[in-house]
Design a protein around this ligand. Sequence first.
Ligand SMILES: Nc1ncnc2c1ncn2[C@@H]1O[C@H](COP(=O)(O)OP(=O)(O)OP(=O)(O)O)[C@@H](O)[C@H]1O
Length: 312
Amino acid sequence: MPVVGFTGVSKSYGEVRALADLSLELHPGETVALLGPNGAGKSTALDLLLGLKNADRGAVRVFGRTPEQAIAEGRVGAMLQSGGLMEEVTVRELVGLACDLHPRAYPVDQVLAAAGITDIGARMVDKLSGGQEQRVRFALATAGANDLIVLDEPTVGMDVSARQAFWATMRGQVEEGRTVLFATHYLEEADAIADRVLVLHQGRLIADGTAAEIKARAGARRITFDLEGTVDEAALRALPHVVGLEVTGPTVRIRSDDADATTYAVYGLGLYPRNLEVAGLGLEQAFLAITDAATAAGASAAGAADDEAGKR
Ligand SMILES: Nc1ncnc2c1ncn2[C@@H]1O[C@H](COP(=O)(O)OP(=O)(O)OP(=O)(O)O)[C@@H](O)[C@H]1O
């Protein structure tokens, strides 16, 4: 049974369509990054998964149950961006409360230690720095033995060492067999941590695979070299497998989905490229390439629809 199942899920806020016919499954033990530009629908998807909002159409299942049932059974822990922490309590009291409420709670001291906040246990919650507050949220999400942990931009506001400690703790959770789903704008985190990456764009799933697969799909490699004399952009653009071209003075940057064939063809033009480098695209560049292509496809589909409407 999948840990999470979205089947044909749509959700709108008035005129704004946040999710459009979204279907996906998460499997036990996966660490999944949910990526997408601002407004892509990530938080909406997580809110539906946690039963905080209802879908207009389609079904959301968590361990084969409704989100509310799965949460009531203590199978899901969540760390969200929104919502303030309770005031006028200490960190230890707040985490203790979360442990009291959890059907499968860990001892408070263990939760505090795992989140790296033992030393601020006596501090009032409303006196914390942004990064400390994030760690407290993390402690609340891991107060008990959850099978699924859902994190919305978990490391925002954390410094470098807090981030490293956070992900080390999460790795420990995954090693114990938990499934982790996290939304993020930090693509290097997705690349380093996730074994599966989902890309949402305008409420639709436009990519689903390992980071390596997504990089490969995005037009894979970047070829950079310098040329002497005038650069014939049209000739370079017409080379086989070129999916992007950028020329700055003597420097040519080509994005190619077959770097070997493109490089061979550069020599075939009788050119002598200097300082030649071939490098893989990073996940960030791949993400931009995929989402830009989806935006362009959406715009041309809208344009075609307008043309059709114009003909009528
Ligand atoms: N309560 C709401 N009322 C009206 N529109 C909303 C509401 N919540 C979200 N939206 C809209 O729905 C769309 C999806 O929003 P959502 O917050 O799910 O995106 P996101 O991918 O999490 O974005 P971000 O990366 O900026 O956090 C956006 O266009 C947003 O403006």
